[in-house]
Each structure stands twice: as C-alpha cells, then as structure tokens.
Ligand binder design. Structure first.
Ligand SMILES: [Fe+2]
Ligand SMILES: [Fe+2]
Length: 194
C-alpha cells in the first residue's frame, strides 16, 4: 500500500490529500471504496436470501437478520454516495457479488440455522480484517474515505459478535467457514484485479 511517510502530506477541506496526490494512492483509495461497495452489495444479498428462507424455516431469527440487512443497506449507501461524488465506477464484478452473495445465503440457510450464524461470523471476521487494514491506510490520507470506513465498523463488529454468540462448532461449521472464506477471498481478489 506504499510508504505511509510519503502519504502523510496533510488533509484538504474535501478530505482528500492536500496538493497533488500520488496517482497510485488515488487508485488504491478508489479500489478500497469500490471493493467495500461491492462487499456491502454481497452482504445485502446474503441477508436477503437468508431472510427469505428463514421466514419458512426459522422465523424466530428473521427480525435480527432484517436488522442486519438494514445496516448493510445503509453501509452500501455510504459507499455508493462516495463513489458517485468522486466519479469512481462501481466494481465490474458487482453482479458476481450479488449472485454469489444470494447463493451463499441460500446454501447456508438450507444447511441449517447454525450455518447462518457460522456464515455471519466468518464473513464479518473477514470484513473486519479488511476494515482494519483500510482504516490504518486511510487515516492520514483521506479523511472522508476514512470516516466512511470507520462509520460501518461498529455495525460489522456487532454482526460478528451476534454470529459468534449463536453459532455452534462442528464439522459442518468447518465446511461453511471454508466455503465463506474461499468465496469471499476469491471475490475480493477478482474485484481488486478488475
Ligand atoms: Fe456492511
Ligand atoms: Fe455486516
């Protein structure tokens, strides 16, 4: 992500680096915002699918899933507003995030309610790792993007804690964690490349 020393060149009123920003930094910031927007799109679809099937299979967990969906929709808006404001395109793999997210939501729901919580814990843990890296990168570079990323952190932490508190460990959970981990890592890798 480059040398922090070179990047600490002050903040402008609009939140972007003062003066002429190094182009590789702007490319990296655009990537972060684009991938976060795509990730929130995927999260929305996961929760939509889980809510749809939980209405039939586990109606007691629908309210908490619906609350988390509301958070993800608000998060997506934060990033879509910022992308629009800065004239940054959305991720070319956005449809893959949507489709993959919905599929993951369907699979985990059909595997049982425990898989929903294992999925939530695994996804949000991955998200939090990325947020942590992004926050330390953006801290002294771009106050607006930094605030956007920070604004979603506490919701993601609460989602991860809800998943962790409700999940049970077992062979199935190991498989679900592997599925979530590899599909998320692949989607993020692809989004960074595209
Ligand atoms: Fe989110
Ligand atoms: Fe979340």
């Amino acid at each position: 992500m480059g040398s922090t020393l070179n990047l600490e060149i002050g903040l402008a009123c609009n939140g972007i680096i003062h003066g002429e920003p190094p182009s590789e930094v702007m490319v990296e910031i655009a990537r972060i915002l684009r991938v976060d927007h795509a990730g929130e799109t995927g999260a929305i679809q996961i929760y939509r699918a889980q809510i749809f099937l939980s209405r039939l299979l586990y109606p007691d967990i629908v309210p908490i899933l619906a609350e988390m969906l509301e958070h993800e929709q608000a998060h997506q808006k934060v990033f879509s507003d910022l992308l629009r404001k800065r004239g940054i395109r959305t991720c070319y793999a956005l449809r893959l995030w949507s489709l993959g997210g919905y599929l993951l939501g369907v699979i985990t729901s059909l595997l049982g309610r425990n898989s929903i919580w294992v999925c939530t814990n695994a996804i949000e843990s991955t998200v939090l790792l990325h947020l942590k890296e992004q926050i330390s990168f953006l801290r002294n570079i771009d106050s607006e993007a930094y605030s956007a990323v920070c604004s979603i952190k506490s919701d993601e932490e609460s989602h991860q804690q809800i998943g962790m508190a409700n999940q049970n460990k077992g062979l199935l959970s190991v498989l679900v964690i592997a599925l979530v981990k590899y599909s998320t890592t692949f989607a993020i890798w692809l989004s960074i490349k595209l």
